[in-house]
Design a protein around this ligand. Structure first.
Ligand SMILES: *[C@@H]1O[C@H](CO)[C@@H](O)[C@H](O)[C@H]1NC(C)=O
Ligand SMILES: *[C@@H]1O[C@H](CO)[C@@H](O)[C@H](O)[C@H]1NC(C)=O
Ligand SMILES: *[C@@H]1O[C@H](CO)[C@@H](O)[C@H](O)[C@H]1NC(C)=O
Ligand SMILES: *[C@@H]1O[C@H](CO)[C@@H](O)[C@H](O)[C@H]1NC(C)=O
Ligand SMILES: *[C@@H]1O[C@H](CO)[C@@H](O)[C@H](O)[C@H]1NC(C)=O
Ligand SMILES: *[C@@H]1O[C@H](CO)[C@@H](O)[C@H](O)[C@H]1NC(C)=O
Ligand SMILES: *[C@@H]1O[C@H](CO)[C@@H](O)[C@H](O)[C@H]1NC(C)=O
Ligand SMILES: *[C@H]1O[C@@H](CO)[C@H](O)[C@@H](O)[C@@H]1NC(C)=O
Length: 593
């Protein structure tokens, strides 16, 4: 009933009556069905799934983050490098700006920056995937043969029965691997051995063990226990489930998009999925469907028993370490043999509403791919935008040795396009004497809650200091990314926030005070670095060389294009010095779908 009405209204201007009308009409006529436990908690807006935007809004589109021309996107799938080409597949609705009609869209690149869109690679067509082609991963088999494992849906809602399938390139000589074949001996893995077939998805990249078996994981749950089942195979076709899951954890709910990979204890190279042994730790990352956040642990892969044991320095559960404390989900990494690095991709969803998304004609971006390494302390990961991003750097400004004495002091960073920028800055201070006490009650709180109590407008001791991104002239709108140091019992705690509270004058947006703690020895260092990638509606930040990362989606109305400003600021009583700051205008890639 409603799709006919909503077809007519797509004009999009914040504050205009026509926009409000659209929102109102969509609000009234949209039946939002929340089907518990079925698929990745995407809200189901059945009547909007095939509503194509007439005019795609350019406002708030990113310029150097990956986005198709229009429509809904979610999980990155099967990222891989093959014969000189990077491939990115992703969950895509070809017909609308909300989740639905999902296919595997496919883009290729030689540099992870410029992208060429190809035809979708995998679409529902066979009994083993006719109700959906959900997420999966790529493995390069010996002889340089790529193969994709993905989840097919064999029975529609509400059960959405899930099986694991494979697909192979139709023509290995085609440099872009445009066409993928789904052989008839699919599915490879079905839930017939005690697994829950309505919660059984997202196969990982497989690794080759010393015993000659291929192994891979499938995410699942048993009641409230999150599970990563382990499957093994000699020939990649006949898979058997290992006696025990590689890991599971009570009270974490469904594990989506598990990622399991080795990291090197020394050195700066990433490792192929099959590397084990001396000098190697493993990382298990899962996406928690219940909270829509991810967490990871660093631990040991006990290969003889095919078990993963998190180190006692990693919290295994809700409060675990996150790759990113913001809009970041369904991440997936791959080993890039061309540059000997592990690179991770992630989807960042919108923080506006489905009605906004239908009106603007698009939803979802992929964050900038990041190289991923183990912190020399062995306890956490460090992430950094791939070096190729730097080729987009244009006009540059530099600030050095600038003191911010007075509370409320801010310095504008002039001379770059502040709505589309890359900023690297190091702050220092003389003493931690003035650090505010850390309220013992907060031990019960997560970082986000503390940031919502102690935002940038709450003046402090050592901090808040940092960047004001996407700021309007009179500061009606801004998204601060900042640090704040607290004195706890025997130590200092460093909080990093990316706070959307004042990011936009538009009503009805999701404006979280995203935050995480930064694990550094701040008393010894007396300085801390921050890098932010600012791109119209996303601020992607890396604290302390990527030890704590936070991505926020924001939609300023005034701080857009050339009306956006960038500042450094201090709102604490301790003097903060901008040791050095370099900021660049970012160019648009030449090709982006
Ligand atoms: C879309 O854009 C065209 C050309 O600018 C315009 O004529 C049309 O009215 C627009 N449609 C909507 C729904 O705003
Ligand atoms: C495979 O791809 C190569 C390179 O694009 C092309 O020359 C060849 O015709 C293709 N083969 C088939 C069977 O399509
Ligand atoms: C199986 O998964 C479905 C979907 O997540 C859920 O509704 C159901 O409770 C699960 N059953 C068990 C025993 O975990
Ligand atoms: C499922 O988990 C809930 C909450 O932990 C618990 O109350 C319930 O007894 C569990 N059910 C089964 C069948 O284990
Ligand atoms: C599949 O593999 C299992 C375990 O490796 C083996 O027992 C079984 O015979 C194999 N089945 C086929 C059809 O090859
Ligand atoms: C953590 O594990 C290490 C060995 O990996 C051990 O030396 C240490 O005592 C453990 N710490 C705790 C608190 O259990
Ligand atoms: C600093 O604190 C003052 C007082 O609360 C506030 O008016 C100002 O907006 C704050 N600055 C920033 C950047 O939040
Ligand atoms: C992204 O959108 C916000 C606002 O709607 C939700 O609160 C998040 O749960 C959602 N995140 C994911 C991963 O879907």
């Amino acid at each position: 009933m409603s799709s006919k009405i909503s077809h007519k209204y797509h004009s999009y201007e914040y504050g205009s009556t026509s926009f409000l009308l659209v929102v109102l009409i969509l609000f009234i006529t949209t039946t939002t069905l929340y089907i518990h436990g079925v698929e990745a908690s995407h809200d189901f807006h059945y009547n909007l799934q095939s509503v194509e935007a007439e005019n795609v809004s350019q406002l708030h589109r990113t310029s150097y983050h990956f986005q198709p021309k229009q429509n809904w996107i979610n999980d990155p799938n099967a990222p891989m490098y093959y014969n000189g080409i990077y491939h990115l597949f992703y969950q895509y609705n070809p017909k609308g700006a909300v989740w639905g009609n999902i296919v595997w869209a496919h883009s290729v690149s030689t540099d992870l920056i410029n992208w060429k869109a190809l035809e979708p690679a995998i679409v529902p067509s066979k009994p083993f995937d006719q109700y959906g082609c959900w997420s999966g991963s790529a493995t390069i088999l010996p002889g340089n043969k790529p193969v994709i494992l993905y989840t097919g849906i064999t029975e529609g809602p509400p059960k959405n029965v899930q099986v694991q399938n494979y697909a192979i390139p139709a023509n290995l000589s085609d440099p872009y691997l445009r066409e993928w074949i789904k052989p008839d001996n699919n599915p490879l893995v079905v839930a017939n051995n005690g697994e829950n077939g309505t919660a059984f998805r997202d196969p990982t990249t497989a690794w080759l063990s010393k015993s000659g078996y291929w192994k891979m994981l499938v995410g699942s749950r048993d009641n409230d226990t999150g599970i990563a089942y382990l499957y093994k195979s000699k020939d990649f076709v006949n898979w058997t489930k290992a006696k025990d899951p590689i890991h599971s954890k009570p009270e974490t709910g469904m594990w989506e998009c598990p990622d399991f990979f080795p990291v090197s204890l020394k050195g700066v190279n990433g490792l192929d999925a099959s590397v084990t042994g001396e000098g190697v730790k493993h990382v298990l990352k899962v996406s928690l469907d219940v909270t829509r956040y991810e967490y990871y642990t660093v631990g040991t892969y006990v290969t003889e028993e095919d078990r993963y044991v998190p180190d006692n320095t990693s919290v295994d559960g809700w409060a675990g370490l996150r790759l990113d404390y913001g809009n970041f989900y369904a991440s997936k990494s791959f080993f890039d043999p061309a540059k000997n690095r592990r690179v991770i991709w992630s989807w960042a969803n919108e923080s506006d509403t489905a009605a906004h998304d239908v009106a603007k004609g698009w939803a979802g971006i992929q964050l900038i791919p990041r190289t991923i390494l183990l912190d020399p302390n062995g306890k956490q990961l460090m992430q950094w935008p791939v070096q190729e991003l730097e080729t987009l750097r244009g006009a540059k400004v530099v600030l050095t040795d600038k003191q911010m004495l007075v509370m409320g002091h801010r310095i504008e960073v002039n001379g770059i396009t502040a709505a589309q920028a890359d900023v690297e800055v190091t702050f220092s201070f003389g003493s931690l004497e003035k650090a505010e006490p850390f309220d013992p009650e907060w031990l019960e709180y997560d970082a986000q809650k503390i940031c919502s109590l102690k935002g940038s407008t709450v003046q402090g001791g050592v901090g808040p200091f940092g960047l004001l991104t996407l700021a309007s002239q009179e500061l009606e709108e801004y998204t601060p990314v900042f640090f704040r140091v607290f004195k706890a019992q025997n130590t200092h705690k460093v909080l990093m926030c990316s706070d959307a509270t004042r990011s936009s004058l538009t009503e009805g947006l999701y404006r979280p005070s995203f935050a995480g703690f930064v694990d550094v020895d701040i008393a010894a260092d007396k300085q801390i670095s921050l890098r932010s990638l600012i791109d119209n509606s996303v601020v992607e930040s890396f604290g302390a060389r990527g030890r704590t990362c936070i991505s926020s989606r924001v939609y300023p109305t005034l701080a857009v294009y050339e009306n956006a400003h960038l500042y450094v600021f201090n709102n604490g009583s301790e003097t903060i010095t901008v040791e050095n700051l370099a900021a660049w205008s970012m160019k648009k890639p030449l090709h982006m779908n």
